[in-house]
Design a protein around this ligand. Structure first.
Ligand code: NZQ
Ligand code: ZN
Length: 393
């Protein structure tokens, strides 16, 4: 087994009605003046925002409200919020929503404590952040795993660039996870969330570091659980069992339990971020478009790895690695289709792209030919371009 450091200091409050503990949780972390961030309206419509603010009032906390965060959250909103709250003594950020709201809170926290006030520098790796405002969340969708991750992903809409930043400063202090809150999710968001959970696990599963059977077995269990319960959540949106399994898988898939120092691949995420940055497509859908093309391209690196995934997760019965690995990719593709998600560009809202757009995607993803992506089978600019071309059908 490889050596690793594992430290995930996020307190989890999981179960029905846990949002009523928001005020106490903030207070326990030392927060007194709280900026509550939320999205485009679902938290208001469901009454969640009222319940959360009541809890803050009961805990004797001062709070400010700022909503309007949209999926693939915008740098402009982050900068506006930093400017608005820089001098208002905010000492805690509470995100009520999904990954977009949580990531906005993380970016706002870094920006509020940055004397230079140029938060985008942290996402382009021009500078490292030194401090942040602590944050916690009331999660409303099982998907991004931001509730326990050290990552934030923001879109610079003017530049059409979506960039992530990993830093221990991004790790939330607590995550309030009431699966009932996710019962109002539309089918599309439920499916996109399930795909994202699968991909956080797969982007770590494809590793060249051998050994660590425990980690492989945990990853396969998460994948099987999502494959079992996401169709159930689509058929019965109010199914608490299904919603709770998905919600817990969402956190476990992205708190690095299934990575543990063996080198993340994350090529599919990098490829997908370019699609979202340029065309605004939902994160989960960007991943299911790119995974089949990526998988077929890198499969020769280690067909047995794909064959094992097929056997343990997708019920593939072929014995020989060559046939089993191909069957595995086909089975995964079928499952994404079953969730109602696209598996090609042509089958998505983006549509077939001209060669010039594919070139622009590859240039963005390779940062102008300056980097390769992935660890399982590193892809340079040409490799990246070929994967986009393969997805363009
Ligand atoms: O804005 P509202 O009205 O709340 O609607 C949202 C939004 O339209 C809706 N929604 C959320 N909870 C709901 C609900 N609708 C009804 N009932 C509910 N309970 O769902 C839509 C999507 O919300 P969003 O926050 O964008 O979803 P998700 O959690 O999938 O987050 C996606 C973002 O997270 C980033 C993605 O790139 C994307 O920008 N990621 C963040 C990661 C991280 N920080 O660790 C890792 C991921 O790989 C990912 O990159
Ligand atoms: Zn993701």
């Amino acid at each position: 087994m490889q050596s690793f450091t594992y430290y995930v200091p996020t307190k989890i409050l999981f179960g029905r009605g846990t949002e009523s503990q928001a005020g106490a949780a903030v207070r326990a972390e030392g927060g007194r003046r709280v900026l509550v961030l939320y999205g485009g309206g679902s938290a208001q419509r469901s009454g969640l925002l009222d319940r959360v603010t009541r809890s803050l009032e009961e805990a004797g906390l001062t709070y400010f409200l700022k909503g309007g965060i949209h999926p693939n959250p915008a740098l402009a909103f982050v900068e506006e919020t930093i400017a608005e709250y820089r001098d208002r003594g905010v000492d805690f950020l509470l995100a009520v929503g999904g990954g977009s709201v949580l990531d906005t809170a993380k970016a706002v926290g870094l920006g509020l404590r940055d004397p230079e006030g140029r938060v985008w520098d942290f996402f382009t790796a021009r500078r490292d952040p030194a401090d942040t405002v602590p944050m916690g969340s009331v999660l409303t969708i099982a998907a991004a795993g931001s509730e326990t991750s050290d990552s934030a992903v923001i879109t610079n809409e003017a530049a059409r660039e979506k960039r992530g930043r990993n830093t221990p400063l991004n790790r939330p202090r607590f995550a309030i996870m009431n699966p009932e809150l996710t019962c109002t999710l539309p089918a599309w968001q439920t499916a996109c969330g399930a795909a994202d959970i699968l991909m956080h696990t797969l982007d770590r599963y494809f590793s060249n570091v051998p050994g660590n059977e425990t980690t492989d077995a945990l990853a396969e269990a998460i994948l099987r659980t999502v494959i079992r319960f996401s169709p159930a959540a689509l058929e019965r949106p109010g199914d608490y069992e299904a919603r709770s399994e998905l919600m817990w898988c969402g956190s476990l898939s992205h708190n690095d339990l299934t990575g543990l120092g063996r080198g993340k691949d994350f090529s599919v995420h990098q490829l997908g971020h370019e699609l979202s940055g340029r065309y605004g497509i939902a994160h989960g859908a960007s991943l299911t478009i790119m995974w089949p093309a990526w998988a077929r391209r890198v499969r020769p690196t280690d067909p047995e790895r794909f064959a094992r995934l097929g056997r343990t997760v997708f019920g593939v019965t072929e014995g020989a690695p060559e046939a089993a690995s191909l069957a595995c990719i086909g089975a995964a593709e079928d499952f994404f289709r079953r969730l109602g998600l696209p598996v090609t560009l042509g089958g998505s809202e983006i549509g077939l792209l001209p060669q010039a757009e594919l070139e622009a995607l590859a240039l963005g993803c390779s940062r102008g030919r300056s980097r390769s992506i992935g660890t399982f089978c590193p892809l340079d600019h040409q490799g990246i371009l070929e994967v986009y071309q393969a997805a363009n059908r």
